[in-house]
Design a binder for this molecule. Structure first.
Ligand SMILES: [Zn+2]
Length: 486
């Protein structure tokens, strides 16, 4: 990286940071309402050009006017321009993105403050209430005589103002971080969600030094929602064998392009809260290093339904039959193959309307809501082609009692898709299929009350919502071309 460019960029960031923090402080300190400036949008103006004209930021204008999408303003729109504060010599708050391995004490020590101050400033409920990816405010004392360039270079994070023509990749390259790091640290759900004037948190060298051989840990998304998938990326200083444990289950890692990736599913009934993720790395000498970090699970939104089965089919719910079939599925669902055959997004497996979503909490007859819908239902006439959602190897293709004719495909890295109630199966176990290949036909076999495709998605042995994987804006680095062969 060009050092002078980097230094100029750093200075620019720091200036921006000063404006942001001093504006916030000025607003907090003024007792009487500031005079309001109103700007009427002219042809050709953007939020960035307006922000520059008034010496404020796009985010400040966006916030002051409750603008939903900063990319859309219209000629004649009246915008309140927030007051720009004067420099002050009071406490400034600097954003810091909590890294894996950080504690409130280690961050406080690094910034020369007490952990109590950190807890107070951030209204933390306890010193344990931080987790990787959380953006906290770190107070630092700045005197009015201090020039922006005198900022310590060890500031945990910086605010970068997106310029016209910036791309995420370009910004990442300039700051020597990965595009994924920017996505994670800015809680972005859409890779294209950068626009001129947006403020991005760019993590710098923080206090969170991980024990060797761990170099970095990135988890996306954080927090993760019940019934969805997260990907854990680990960089190390030397080749290792890596193993993870989360929700009392193993997380298997696969190596690709010098990084290790673990795909983990969050069971739909996992209680929202903080969970420990333990990673253990073995070096070539067999020495192991373990590291524990935390993952936040938040509640998903699921429907509730009661199901009354026709009398002739109710007998199929015999516990012995259910158990036998469960064992058959377990034999394939925990499959882990180290080769990745998939890219994101996955392909919709079938045409047709979605009639039942994943995760809907279910009760049979008058019973309790102890089960849930483990897949996504697509209503389609019998005979409609069923396509492989991604490339992979067929690991199950046979008739079952409850699920009817089923096909399961192993896509690698512990990711599998399943197709139920099929009228016909058009592949064999062991067969490699390409994404989009017809593997079966929609049907009404097994415990089904009308022709439809029930589509399952399994990650590390956990059933998750497949619709997440169809989203084109998935913030994972596995989009597009495969890094490894198919
Ligand atoms: Zn279903």
């Amino acid at each position: 990286m060009d050092k002078s460019v980097s230094q100029r960029a750093t200075t620019l960031l720091i200036v921006t940071l000063l404006i942001v923090t001093s504006t916030a402080l000025a607003q907090a300190q003024s007792s009487e309402p500031p005079e309001t400036t109103v700007h009427t949008v002219q042809r050709g103006q953007t939020l960035l050009s307006i922000a520059q004209e008034y010496g404020t930021t796009v985010d400040a204008i966006t916030h002051a006017n409750g603008i939903a999408d900063p990319r859309r303003i219209y000629v004649g729109q009246r915008l309140v321009i927030p007051e720009r504060g004067e420099g002050s010599d009071t406490m400034e708050l600097v954003p810091y993105v909590v890294q894996a391995g950080d504690t409130v004490s280690s961050i406080a020590r690094h910034y020369g403050i007490t952990w109590q101050t950190l807890v107070h400033v951030n209204s933390l409920l306890s010193p344990n209430a931080i987790y990787p990816g959380l953006v906290i405010k770190v107070p630092r004392v700045a005197s009015s005589g201090e020039k922006p360039g005198a900022f310590p270079q060890t500031v945990g994070s910086m605010i970068y103002l997106v310029h016209p023509n910036d791309t995420l990749r370009r910004i990442a390259l300039r700051h020597n971080v990965s595009p994924w790091t920017l996505v994670v640290n800015n809680h972005m759900t859409d890779l294209a969600a950068i626009y001129p004037g947006r403020e991005l948190v760019v993590p710098g060298e923080g206090p969170g030094l991980l024990p060797a051989p761990f170099a970095s840990i990135e988890i996306q998304p954080l927090p993760v929602t019940q019934g969805t998938t997260m990907i854990i990326a680990v960089h190390t200083t030397e080749p290792v064998k890596l193993q993870g444990e989360l929700f009392d289950q193993d997380v298997h890692f696969a190596e690709e392009s010098g990084a290790y990736y673990g795909v983990a599913g969050v069971h739909v009934f996992t209680e929202p809260g903080l969970y420990k993720l333990t990673l253990t790395a073995w070096d070539s000498d067999g020495h192991s290093t373990a590291l524990t970090t935390e993952v936040v699970v938040r509640a998903g939104h699921f429907g509730y339904e009661r199901i009354d089965l026709p009398a002739d089919r109710a007998s199929l719910l015999d516990p012995a039959i259910i158990a036998t079939e469960r064992e058959r599925l377990d034999s394939v669902q925990y499959t882990f193959t180290p080769e990745r055959h998939w890219t994101t997004p996955f392909q919709r497996p079938c045409v047709g309307t979605i009639t039942a979503y994943y995760g809907t909490h279910r009760a049979y007859a008058a019973g309790p809501y102890t089960s849930y819908h483990t897949g996504v239902d697509f209503r389609a006439p019998t005979g409609t082609p069923v396509h492989a959602a991604a490339a992979g190897t067929v690991v199950l293709a046979e008739p079952l009692t409850v699920r009817g004719n089923v096909v399961f495909i192993d896509h690698g890295w512990g990711v599998l898709t399943g197709y139920w109630h099929l009228s016909s199966i058009e592949v064999e176990v062991g067969q490699y299929v390409e994404q989009g290949e017809v593997v079966a036909r929609v049907g009404n076999t097994g415990l089904s009350t009308g022709a439809h495709l029930h589509w399952e998605f399994w990650v590390g042995g956990v059933s998750v919502d497949g619709l997440q994987w169809l989203d084109e804006s998935l913030p994972w680095p596995m989009a597009g071309d495969l890094a490894t062969g198919g």
